[in-house]
Ligand binder design. Structure first.
Ligand SMILES: Cc1cc2nc3c(=O)[nH]c(=O)nc-3n(C[C@H](O)[C@H](O)[C@H](O)COP(=O)(O)OP(=O)(O)OC[C@H]3O[C@@H](n4cnc5c(N)ncnc54)[C@H](O)[C@@H]3O)c2cc1C
Length: 401
């Protein structure tokens, strides 16, 4: 057994990166996190955190520090541009009793618990070379352009869907990214859509385009535009605000779309991106392992990216504790334990994507039929049915070594 602590480089200060850093720290490793941004991001968009996520957060010891914002009396409306509204099914009504949080709430809880993990901002890897019992990484400080080499026992690539670590070690993005031919724009509203209470969620779903408003208990909602397109590149040739006005026209927007677009004009931050899954036959190679969206991006449509990022980081730490002198076995076991669940979430995302934003007339009719089945009002505290428990199961798996 080695006497010196092993050293790990974690690339990316998001949910998967920080979960991995805490997991490795608990396993006795010395951990450095590099983040290409010059400071830690805050805020973000609505996340539904399922059992897999909160059991991993508990195992990592961060759940008590997580601020949750599940509305106490949530109500969701299915609305139309012309102002019709009917009771609908919201994201948090899904089986599995998810918590409603902002992405930043999860990240803040993790950051608070990094302990003596070193964090270097404005830093990214430019070369990663496997040297048998470790890796030699070239690190670029972006502000100065200075590069230096450092050796680590393990590199964890948690740098998101367009991962640099994946490109450097496994190959070009095109080999692993599977586009879902959709664009999303997510951001925080300063004010709820007029005519609705704070705790109301809204869903405006049409063929190939939708708007979702996700409510919280203690702050205004977040908005999500989601639309289908085959020409992804064309969506990035004009400012997102202009693109969305074009895509959601030429019909009159109606109150909710108009409000959301006006708020986007004032939003300090927003995410405008295409939706891609990541498919890989192995998430590790030599002494490099990918975690989170970098490895498997299940996409927002699955509702499980944050939960699986937490679980991936937590399980990695536990398996390295179990196999302290056999990193290869730890990584192989980790990959095998997560893979069936990730595959299932990736498949579910394709189905759920039709609920979020149906791809055409048939899918639209199918969606409306499913939604009308789900509308039955349930008294609070009613125990889940067998069918609900069945659907909730994959989202509530606890991953332990
Ligand atoms: C609109 C939307 C809604 C969602 N809803 C849900 C939900 O309801 N439930 C759920 O579980 N999940 C949801 N997700 C998915 C979830 O947000 C992601 O799966 C999760 O945040 C991914 O975390 P990550 O740490 O893997 O990657 P990221 O969040 O992408 O973090 C990567 C980090 O790495 C940094 N980085 C990138 N490149 C480099 C580099 N070269 N060097 C150094 N650092 C780098 C980035 O700056 C970033 O800080 C949603 C996603 C979106 C977009």
């Amino acid at each position: 057994m080695s006497t010196n602590p092993r050293s790990a480089l974690v690339v990316g200060l998001g949910i998967a990166g920080m979960a991995s850093a805490i997991g490795l720290r608990k396993a006795g490793w010395q951990v450095t996190v590099i983040e290409k941004a010059s400071s830690r991001r805050v805020g973000g968009y609505f996340i539904g955190l399922f059992g897999t996520g909160y059991s991993a957060a508990r195992r990592l010891g961060v759940m008590d520090d997580m601020h949750t914002r599940t509305p106490r009396e949530a109500k969701t409306w299915e609305i139309t541009r012309t102002g019709d509204r009917q009771p609908g099914v919201g994201f948090l009504d899904q089986p599995g009793e998810p918590y409603g949080v902002l992405r930043g709430d999860i990240e803040a809880a993790l950051f608070q618990n990094l302990g003596d993990v070193e964090v270097r901002y404005g830093t990214e890897p430019t070369q990663i070379i496997d040297v048998g019992d470790g890796t030699r990484v070239t690190l670029l400080t972006t502000a100065t352009g200075e590069e230096r080499e450092q050796r680590f026992d393990l590199v964890v690539g948690a740098d998101g869907v367009r991962s640099t670590v994946r490109r450097l070690v496994f190959g070009p993005h095109e080999r692993f990214l599977r586009p879902l031919n959709a664009i999303i724009c997510a951001y925080q509203l300063e004010e709820q859509v007029p005519g609705y209470a704070m705790h109301h969620g809204l869903v405006l779903a049409e063929q190939r385009r939708s708007l979702w408003i996700f409510p919280f208990d203690d702050r205004p909602p977040t908005a999500l535009f989601s639309y289908r397109t085959r020409d992804i590149d064309a969506q990035f040739r004009a400012p997102p605000r202009e693109v969305l006005r074009r895509v959601y026209g030429p019909e009159p927007f109606g109150g909710a779309i108009e409000h959301a677009l006006n708020q986007l004009d004032r939003a300090p931050n927003f995410l405008f991106d295409s939706v891609n899954q990541v498919h890989m036959s192995s998430w590790h190679s030599g002494r490099t392992v990918l975690v989170g969206d970098a490895a498997w991006c299940v996409t927002l449509y699955s509702g499980m990216g944050a939960s699986m990022g937490l679980a991936g980081g937590s399980l990695l730490g536990e398996l390295l504790t179990k196999h302290p002198d056999d990193i290869e076995t730890a990584l192989r076991t980790w990959d095998a334990r997560l893979r069936p669940t990730i595959r299932s979430h990736q498949r579910t995302a394709l189905f759920n994507g039709q609920i979020f934003t149906p791809t055409g007339p048939l899918a639209y009719r199918f969606r409306q039929a499913i939604m009308s089945l789900g509308k039955k009002d349930k008294a609070p505290g009613t125990p889940p049915t067998a069918l609900e428990r069945f659907f909730a199961r994959p989202r509530n798996i606890e991953f332990a070594a």
